[in-house]
Design a binder for this molecule. Structure first.
Ligand code: FAD
Length: 285
């Protein structure tokens, strides 16, 4: 199967988490991913941890896409982060709005001196010479969005500002993704839209997270995890099968790049890639 894989990791909270991330990055890098994206947390210590994670990813040899959000920061602070990325040799950015500090349920207010729209951040990144700017897209609509059309309007603004690609929120029903892409193409949005694949490492945890993100889990998927709570080995097998089947169907319908959420663990990503025929490079002897 000819499909490009990228992985997403997040900044760990402590030294043990950083060690786990470093091990995962080393294993994932042997699959030669297209890039590894590192999520961003606005605010002092979160931002420092984002930089630590970016550093770990760069050190692993990965091509890094560094996320950056608008929320809670004035323009000059965000521009300084963009400059730091450039200094670290990071040429890819995932430009996002971010969530209010009180959580996704709270109303969003742009910083008075900040980028007011995600499209403004996209334009700023492109002006500063960022090679590849990715943005978000939502197969099931952003939880705050008044309509599917509004979602597409926001995506179109980001594309007009220079976005090179979109990466979707997690979804578990490929028809939702196909529908999003069809509607985007109809709207004249031509950039690649990479499906965001979230292997279900723990059904209860992923179900809670998916609900917060507005992503639904079809009964057909939920049923496959029934009775497996607490059985890590069985969950691993089913999760790898489910994600592999999802990616195979996407690939059969012309998708040539998927972005996999890893939660800083390599085991499931490796198992899915193995089932897809994407195998680690052999270590030099
Ligand atoms: P936008 O693209 O600006 O908007 C998304 C949608 O929200 C729009 O389509 C629109 O319908 C609706 N919307 C936006 N503004 C308004 C408004 N004022 N009124 C009504 N509706 C509105 N968060 C982080 O903090 N750090 C990360 O690293 C990070 N990485 C992510 C990566 C991906 C691939 C995705 C899908 C999400 C990520 N997020 C991250 C979460 C993201 O910040 C939230 O989903 C946030 O609520 C929206 O950001 P956005 O860039 O998608 O917003």
């Amino acid at each position: 199967m000819s499909i490009r894989i990228s992985f997403e990791v997040f900044p760990p909270k402590d030294a043990a988490g950083l060690a786990q991330l470093t091990t995962a990055l080393a294993r994932l890098q042997r699959l030669e991913p297209w890039f590894v994206s590192v999520t961003y947390g606005a605010g002092g210590s979160s931002r420092e941890r984002s930089f630590e994670a970016i550093h770990a990813a760069v050190t692993s040899g990965a091509t890094v896409a560094a996320h950056l959000t608008c929320v809670g920061q004035p323009v000059d602070e965000i521009d300084r982060v963009l400059d730091e990325y450039t200094k670290l040799g990071v040429e890819r950015v995932v430009a996002l709005r971010g969530d209010p500090p009180d959580g996704v349920g709270a109303p969003y207010r742009a910083h008075p001196d900040g980028y007011q729209r995600t499209a403004d951040l996209v334009a700023a990144a492109k002006r500063r010479g960022v090679l590849d700017v990715a943005v978000s897209a939502y197969p099931e609509r952003h939880p705050h969005s008044p309509s599917d059309d509004h979602d597409l309007d926001v995506l179109a603004e980001k594309v007009d500002a220079g976005a090179d690609r979109a990466i979707t929120q997690m979804f578990f029903d490929n028809d939702l993704y196909f529908r999003l892409v069809e509607r985007a193409r109809h709207r004249g949005i031509a950039i690649p839209v990479a499906p965001g694949i979230f292997p279900i490492h723990s059904f209860p945890a992923v179900a809670r997270f998916a609900e917060r993100c507005g992503a639904s889990i079809p009964h057909a998927v939920a049923d496959r995890f029934a009775g497996l709570d607490g059985d890590a080995a069985a969950t691993h097998e089913v999760a790898a099968d489910v994600a592999t089947e999802q990616i195979r169907e996407l690939a059969a319908n012309g998708v040539d790049h998927v972005h996999m959420y890893t939660l800083n663990r390599s085991e499931l990503a490796l198992a899915v890639c193995d089932r897809l025929g994407i195998r680690p490079l052999q270590a030099a002897s």
